[in-house]
Every structure is written in C-alpha cells, then in structure tokens.
Design a protein around this ligand. Structure first.
Ligand code: MG
Length: 313
C-alpha cells in the first residue's frame, strides 16, 4: 500500500538502551508491515556512531519520510544527514521516541507508545522546524553550557555505568553537581537579530551557572527551561541563570524548571535572537542534543524552517 509520504525509511540504533533498540525496531517494522505492507517502508539499522548521518544523507528519491527511532542523539545524527542534502531534497523528518532522552519527540508532540507514534507518523501532519548550528554542528533541540550540561553528561556517564535510566538518575546527578560542583562561568554573549529592538543587537557580559540555547522548550528529559520556545519562529530562546544561589536554592529553581515555573525568578534571564556568539573565559561543560562538545568560542545561528517534521498534535 502506498503511503502519503512515499517510502518511509526507519533509522534505528539496535544497540540503544542496552540492546532493547533492536527489539523496538523489530516491533516497529511489524506494526508498519501490517499498516503499509512490506513495500511501504524500509528499516535501516545503524552499525556505529555517526552511521545514521551517512544513512540519512544517502536515502534515495523514493523516500518521502525518514523516521528516527531512538533518542535525541540518534535524531541529531539523522538531522545532520538531512542537512547535508539540498534544502529541496530533504525528506520529512519523523521521530519515534525510543531513547533515554526524548526531548525532541516531546517538542514534536509524539506519543510515547510505539503503536500510537506510528499512527501519528502515518497521519503525516507536517510543519516546518528551525535547526540550530554551532561552529558548523547542527542541533535540533538544545545547546547548553555549564551546570545543566554537566548534569546531562554526568547522567549519561551514570547510565552507562549502572544501566539505569529516568528522571531519578538525572536528579541524582543534579544533586551531586549542585552540592559538589556548582561552578560559575564568565561569558560574553553578543546577540544578533533580537526581535523588536533597534539596533537589533545586544551584548551581555555576565557570570552564569548555566546557559541554554534552545530551539524547543525542553532539555535534560523534559525540563521546561524555555517554556515559550517555538520550533518555527526563526529564533533561539536563550536562558541563563546568574549567581548567587546557595545549592539548596539552586536545586529549588531546578525543580521548578521541570514545570517551567522558574521564569519569574530574579536569577533567571531570557533573550530571543536569530544568532549569537558566546565567549567563555574558561571551557565550560557543553552539550549539543545530549552529546558533549568542547571549546570556549561558539558561533551560533538559527536556520529557519530548515526541516519539515511530522507533528504529533
Ligand atoms: Mg524558536
């Protein structure tokens, strides 16, 4: 049976979630076979880190939609592959959440149950999505520095070490970082393309516990760090938290951020812009869609409507 979106290519990492990724991929294939037949989709399994980028870049013209079956790291790889193609030759990007970090799936409104997410893909309601770029690397949801990046990276390390997952693991990391590693990072941010401002530039010199540059509203497993961020407005939502907060207060703010209730706190600042450059005095912990990046100078721009995505709602 033909689908509205041409052939669907599913890209999955069988090694994800301690091997559960393979079973999820088999289950997804079986559900799709029942709905669109053997010819309506193809299943591509990654064999190494970075492989999903190559697979997405090389999809044939019959593929109208590529579905990343996995977490934020896999989605990032697939999006990078799509960005290697000419803008008018990028298949629609769909996401089925099956990873440990599913912030982008939540941003798109995808269901967490596999059958429901497949129905959402086949309903094929699409919309535009901006893509961020930092020092030549693309991101679809989040780029962040400082405390939250340290927590995200420490959570991944703990997950690999213990085989555990979930919000509790994140909170354990958070408490450890807050009480034992609460560092402050001096930075200069030069924002360009600030909406409703003349001139449309703003320079901020400050010290911060964390700074997040967001396409979508959440990071770190559904923390609503920039609750009003829009996926398709051509703008980043940037949030940073300034000193001085005692660790217990910082923890309270972090917990409030889980529900987007930190926005009124006087230590929390927001700025929207089309682009920015960031310079840190010392190298901060940094993550891009959950993966570690390094450096002290970051040139960041938002590419409006770079992708078309399947929306769940
Ligand atoms: Mg935006």
């Amino acid at each position: 049976m033909a689908t509205r979106c041409g052939t669907i290519a599913i890209i999955a990492n069988p090694a994800a979630q301690n091997g559960r990724g393979a079973w999820t991929a088999v289950e997804a294939a079986s559900l799709l076979r029942a709905k669109v037949g053997e010819g309506g989709f193809k299943l591509l399994l990654t064999e190494r880190a970075g492989h999903a980028t190559a697979l997405a870049a090389q999809l044939g013209p019959e593929v109208g939609a590529v579905v990343a079956l996995g977490g934020d790291g896999l989605i990032n790889e697939v999006a990078c592959g799509l960005m290697e193609r000419d803008a008018d030759e990028r298949p629609v990007l769909g996401v089925i959440p099956a990873g440990s970090g599913n912030d982008y799936a939540a941003t798109l409104g995808m269901a967490s149950s596999l059958p429901a997410a497949i129905d959402q893909i086949l309903a094929f309601r699409t919309g535009p999505a901006d893509v961020g770029r930092v020092n030549g690397h693309y991101f679809v949801e989040t780029l962040s520095f400082g405390l939250d990046a340290a927590i995200a990276l420490d959570t991944v390390e703990r997950r690999v070490r213990t085989g555990r997952a979930g919000t509790r693991l994140y909170l354990e990391s958070a408490v450890d970082q807050l009480f034992h590693h609460l560092n402050i990072y001096d930075f200069t941010a030069r924002f360009e393309g600030v909406p409703n401002a003349e001139p449309d530039v703003r320079t901020v010199e400050a010290a911060a516990y964390l700074l997040a540059v967001q396409i979508g509203p959440t990071y770190g497993g559904h923390f609503r760090i920039t609750p009003d961020a829009a996926l398709d407005d051509g703008l980043f939502d940037v949030c940073w938290a300034v000193p001085e907060l005692a660790p217990r207060r910082a923890l309270a703010v972090l917990l409030a951020a889980r529900f987007g209730r930190h926005t009124g706190n006087k230590h929390i600042h927001f700025q929207r812009s089309r682009a920015l450059t960031l310079d840190f005095d010392q190298e901060p912990p940094a993550q891009i869609d959950g993966e570690k990046i390094t450096g002290t100078h970051f040139a960041i721009d938002c590419i409006p409507h770079a992708l078309t995505v399947v929306l769940g709602h």
